[in-house]
Design a protein around this ligand. Sequence first.
Ligand code: BT5
Length: 266
Amino acid sequence: MSAGTRFSEVRRFAELDSTNRYLLDEARAGASDGLVVVADHQTAGRGRLGRRWEAPPGANLLLSVLLRPDLRPEELHLSTVAMALAARLASAEATGLEITLKWPNDLMVGERKTAGILAETLLQPPGPPGGAEPAVVAVVVGIGLNLAWPPPDGAAGSVPLPEGLGPATSLWRESGTRVEPGVLLDRLLAHLEPLVDDLSDPAGRRRLASDYRRACTTLGRLVRVSLEGETVTGTVLDITGEGHLLLDVGACVRTIPAGDVVHLRG
Ligand code: BT5
């Protein structure tokens, strides 16, 4: 990335446990806004709720960025939104595919997941519940973007997908275009730069939220949402300013802060 942009320092690793773990440690040690880390392979790539992110060495883009935006904790979901919009634009530009967003953190081609985003936060003070309102010190936003894996059917060297992966796809599989991780990285960071500026500006935050709504195919859908200990089905009425789902479940409208969604029909 060219000097003078927020993302002028990119650290590249052949292997790391997790790019998010690495940058959270760097953030605690005082690393600056804009540090980027990329790995060819992760040995313990993280999803939400302790889940794993899978990718064979060298196939996909695995990256995290460290941000220190001027955000309140309830606005943090917008950092995931900024990454999702940047990755969507970069992927579409490189392949011509239409990429949609699935609440809360997925990029999709049709109903198959082509990227997942994990934002992890450092708050100050982390202290006990009921204490002073915490401030956002840093947020690490990681994305795993499937470029070449899972490969197209019959491609040389195909290996069976891990069990429980769910409906996954890659840009190569969907478009026939094999994009190098470095090419997609440059495009993604170029799109991310102005979107990260938007995080620290009220008008910018409104723009991010409205661009997200336009790209998010969960809105208006009949969905099944798995929550801790319960599954609910309903129609998505809206996504709130805090990034929560408003779900019409018939008897009432539920506010869902986080969960796993299955799109049931249009
Ligand atoms: C996510 O979690 O989708 C967030 C994934 C973030 C990964 C990036 S890679 C760079 C950075 N460093 C990290 O350590 N993490 C971030 P979640 O919504 O919980 O989805 C996880 C689930 O997606 C898994 O349980 C699998 O079912 C599925 N999955 C795993 N690998 C996948 C892949 N490559 N493509 C599609 N689905 C996958």
